[in-house]
Design a binder for this molecule. Structure first.
Ligand code: BES
Ligand code: MN
Ligand code: ZN
Length: 487
């Protein structure tokens, strides 16, 4: 749909489409990277911005359209910056069918990052608007002496598709996406991708001890589901489980949110969308590892059947939980998902969740909070660095563990008036990570994406306004790092 076909050759293609050139240097001495269609004097009089991510259109002396992309002072840019510049170019060129890129002899690693950014940024948020403009950019030709491998280009396609899929699901309004429908979508896509799909409905969940997912979903007419997607190639040795928070809407339940906080809670299933799109990506890439995605799907509503503050429930691993706060529902559905994932003894458990408003307070809207076992955190940090995504490792302060003690159950899901909400939630999740045979905890990385999942500001780089698909590429990079360990 919005896929770009990239080609590379040392020659321009006649009549292909507008050309993108790099613009660098200083305001008094601007220079072009690629064909020198303007003299420095002409460039100066155009008063263009040289800042990375600025893209400006101009007519060349030959009468054809050029896009000039700012590359800073000397175009010695970090890979991450090339990726963002590619995204900015794609966003500015969405109504053009094809583009040629001429960055002279820029090295192939930079061009590859630029291409990845273009693929990620070539996206229009799905709407129900009449007359919404579709993305038409689908052919990009690089005029370059070096060219990436087919595998590198395929990887870009798969990453972009996974990110776009996550964004599309996340932005879908809650009246149009609910647990049962999400499960059906997963069944259909899994069958196509050669990924095995198992779904638990509300009766099976209750019968098999998933008391936390049941409790969160029982207030809604749209019943909860647990979806397991298994990608298991014959050559797999290592096994990664990805557990996603899939609250298709979070009203807060009987701790009902005021409108300002409730609006936007259609995004509360972004973790499940991430688990879903990344297991499909692993299959498309044919990675030699086993990946299991667990989508913990429920709608947190208010009704006469909803969970009350103070209700005590029982999670899949047998622990009882006092639901002090029905708005702390994400950790409840994850409790069951993490327990089930642990039963299979994977080599690494990742969970992704729009879990706490406190993560946004602490880290703003670009960083994801990372918690977990030392090994899990280390793997996630390396992968995030590789993907160019921002994560920040958070502590497990031991005095905060007391905040999840309950007078009546093994655990409480929240404490009224507690501080450090992200850390408290991390402590809670930790109680549902199973053990290895030697009694130590399974390796685990928890990613709280409450801050960056929804970009409420304007579009930038390859990120649109609205759903970002953040952490999808980090999760895939984790898979890839495990695949390397295998070989
Ligand atoms: N889904 C929210 C967290 C959230 C808030 C995500 C803002 C994105 C933006 C979560 O279920 C929630 O309500 N958390 C509560 C926890 C509290 C009740 C202990 C919160 O953060 O206020
Ligand atoms: Mn909530
Ligand atoms: Zn929530």
């Amino acid at each position: 749909m919005s896929k770009i076909i990239f080609s590379f050759s040392s020659k321009a293609i006649e009549g292909f489409g507008p050309t993108v050139l790099g613009l660098f240097g200083t305001a008094s001495e601007p220079k072009l990277l690629g064909q020198e269609i303007f003299s420095q004097h002409q460039l100066q009089s155009l008063k263009l911005s040289l800042k990375p991510e600025s893209v400006q259109r101009t007519l060349g002396p030959d009468g054809s359209v050029y896009l000039l992309a700012g590359l800073g002072e000397n175009f010695e840019l970090a890979t991450d910056t090339w990726r963002e510049i590619g995204g900015a170019v794609a966003r500015h060129a969405q109504e053009l069918e094809s583009l040629q890129i001429d960055f002279g002899s820029t090295h192939s690693q930079a061009l590859l990052a630029f291409a990845e950014g273009m693929a990620l940024g070539n996206f229009a948020v799905k709407t129900q608007k009449h007359g919404a403009k579709p993305v038409v950019l689908h052919k990009v030709h690089f005029i370059s002496n070096s060219s990436p491998s087919q595998a590198q280009l395929k990887r870009i396609d798969v990453l972009a598709e996974a990110v776009h899929l996550t964004r599309d699901l996340a932005v879908t309004p809650a009246n149009l996406l609910y647990p049962e429908l999400f499960a059906n979508i997963a069944k259909e896509a899994g069958a196509k991708a050669g990924v095995d799909v198992q779904v638990w409905d509300e009766h099976e969940l209750a019968a098999q001890g998933f008391g936390a997912i049941v409790a969160v979903g029982q207030g809604s007419a749209r019943k909860p589901r647990l979806v397991k997607l298994s990608y298991q190639p014959a050559d797999a040795q290592l096994h990664v489980a990805v557990v996603g928070k899939g609250i298709t809407f979070d009203t807060g339940g009987y701790a009902i949110k005021p409108l300002a906080g409730m609006y936007g809670m259609k995004y509360d299933m972004t973790g499940a969308a991430t688990a879903y799109s990344t297991v499909l990506a692993a299959a498309q890439l044919g990675l030699p590892i086993r990946v299991t995605a667990w989508l913990c799907l429920a709608e947190n509503m208010v009704s006469s059947t909803a969970t009350r503050p103070g209700d005590v429930i029982r999670a899949r691993n047998g622990k009882t939980i006092e639901v002090v706060n029905p708005d702390a529902e994400g950790r409840l559905v994850l409790a069951d998902g993490l327990s089930a994932a642990s039963e299979e003894q994977p080599d690494l458990i990742i969970d992704v969740a729009t879990l706490t408003g406190a993560a946004r307070v602490a880290l703003g809207t670009r960083y994801s909070a990372l918690m977990g076992t030392p090994q899990g955190v280390a793997i996630a940090e390396v992968a995030a660095e590789h993907a160019g995504e921002l994560v920040w490792n958070m502590p497990f302060p031991k005095e905060i563990r007391k905040s999840i003690d309950s007078d009546v159950a093994d655990l409480a899901n929240a404490k009224i008036g507690a501080h450090g909400g992200t850390l408290l939630a991390g402590h809670f999740l930790r109680e549902f990570i199973g053990q290895k045979p030697d009694g130590t905890q399974l390796d685990w990385a928890h990613l709280d994406i409450a801050g960056p999942a929804d970009n409420e500001g304007g579009a930038y780089g390859f990120t649109p306004k609205g759903p970002t698909g953040v952490i999808v590429r980090t999760v895939i990079a984790i898979f890839e790092s495990m695949a390397v360990k295998t070989s």
